[in-house]
Ligand binder design. Structure first.
Ligand code: NCD
Ligand code: ZN
Length: 359
């Protein structure tokens, strides 16, 4: 009989998560709270979360959707963000940061992705907010894609770095920035080129799929997300960065659920639901790279260090099964079913639900 392998990790954090609202919030939140300690909650609701008052109310709704009994001996702690607009009030941002409610501000270029209509079209209009954030050390999270219709969708991240992000970093050298869901070798190289103040989140799905997965043999709407999956060479660069242990790279799942009817449509929504099998997928990827010893850095240590919070005390246990672990193909919500990310291969690692003692 094959030896069963197990991994004990500090409870992971998800530094980029969409929990939505209403029926989807109820359906997806238990899948994040089951495995994750903290999660940075994306503010792209309709209407977006632009004020501290809205963020406080949204946080309360999230906590109501967390099951009372959380396995793993940890408590799920949603870390709230504000959606940056050209009208964002620097005083409101600073007050939210001071109170501990607001952990970051999210920059969506207007029109770049799902629910980004209220985003920024003229970055200079946000300078007073960015100035204040630099002073108080509040991170700016960027959706790093340009929206110029002349720029090819596969080139939008690289163009963003050159035309927006690098000039912004030069103008605000003390502003702490996270490039969210980096998808290209240009993004990885840019993060590596900066000695401080810049980090990047990496998703599960971008470590697993490339653009062929999305487009060859028929279009797969459940693999459509933004930024769009790129060539295999880029995926390999992401895997190298994630598994390297480099402190500047950490997990942000970008789990972004949409009901199937919205994905399987003539104009399907971007985003996929990955929270439920994130840890199983990551253990698989890290094992393939002989890098299981760096998994905890990616999921539980590097992000906490960037956000200047201690790592979680509680532990989770991952066990490698001899038979494939079966995940549901879909979860139900009262708005309709939501398909679960299918990596396209069998998964053997499973999070065990038993609670482990704190330190
Ligand atoms: C996200 C969503 O649906 O809110 N979609 C996605 O493809 N990742 C928005 C985003 O993070 O770009
Ligand atoms: Zn996202």
């Amino acid at each position: 009989m094959a030896l069963s392998k197990e991994l004990i990790l500090r409870v992971p954090d998800d530094w980029h998560l969409h929990l939505r609202d209403g029926a989807l919030l109820q359906a997806v939140t238990p899948h994040s709270s089951a495995h994750f300690g903290r999660a940075i909650i994306m503010p792209n609701l309709v209407p977006p979360v632009v004020t501290c008052e809205q963020a406080a109310k949204y946080r309360a709704r999230i906590l109501q959707a967390v099951p009372h009994v959380v396995s793993g001996g940890h408590v799920f702690d949603p870390q709230m963000t504000l959606y940056l607009t050209q009208g964002t009030d620097p005083d409101d941002v600073a007050a939210g940061a001071k109170s501990g409610l607001i952990k970051a501000v999210k920059l969506y270029p207007a029109g770049a992705t799902t629910n980004s209509q209220s985003g920024v079209s003229d970055i200079e209009k946000t300078y007073p907010v960015l100035e204040r954030m630099s002073e108080i050390g509040l991170p700016l999270l960027v959706h790093g894609e340009v929206t110029d219709p002349m720029v090819d969708i596969f080139d939008r991240e690289a163009a963003f770095i050159e035309t927006i992000l690098d000039p912004l970093r030069r103008r605000f050298p003390l502003l702490r920035v996270v490039m969210e869901h980096v998808t290209t070798s240009e993004g990885i190289n840019y993060v590596r080129s900066q000695s401080s103040g810049l980090a990047a989140t990496l998703t599960v799905h971008h470590l697993i799929i490339n653009r062929n997965s999305l487009l060859v043999g028929g279009i797969k709407p459940h693999l459509y997300c933004l930024p769009i999956a790129k060539r295999e060479a880029h995926r390999l660069a992401l895997v190298e960065a994630a598994t390297s242990g480099d402190k500047r790279f950490f997990l942000g799942t970008d789990s972004a659920p949409h009901v199937d009817a919205a994905k399987e449509a003539a104009c399907g929504c971007a985003g996929m639901f990955t929270s439920i099998n994130t840890m199983s997928c990551l253990a698989h990827v890290f094992e393939n790279e002989n890098a299981l010893n760096n998994l905890e850095k990616f999921t539980s240590l590097n992000g906490a260090a960037f956000y200047e919070v201690p790592p979680n005390d509680a532990r989770i246990r991952l066990v490698r099964k001899t038979d494939p672990v079966v995940f549901p193909a879909k979860i139900e919500s009262t708005d309709g079913p939501v398909s679960v990310f299918n990596p396209g291969f069998d998964l053997f690692w499973q999070v065990e639900q038993d609670a482990l003692a704190h330190d």
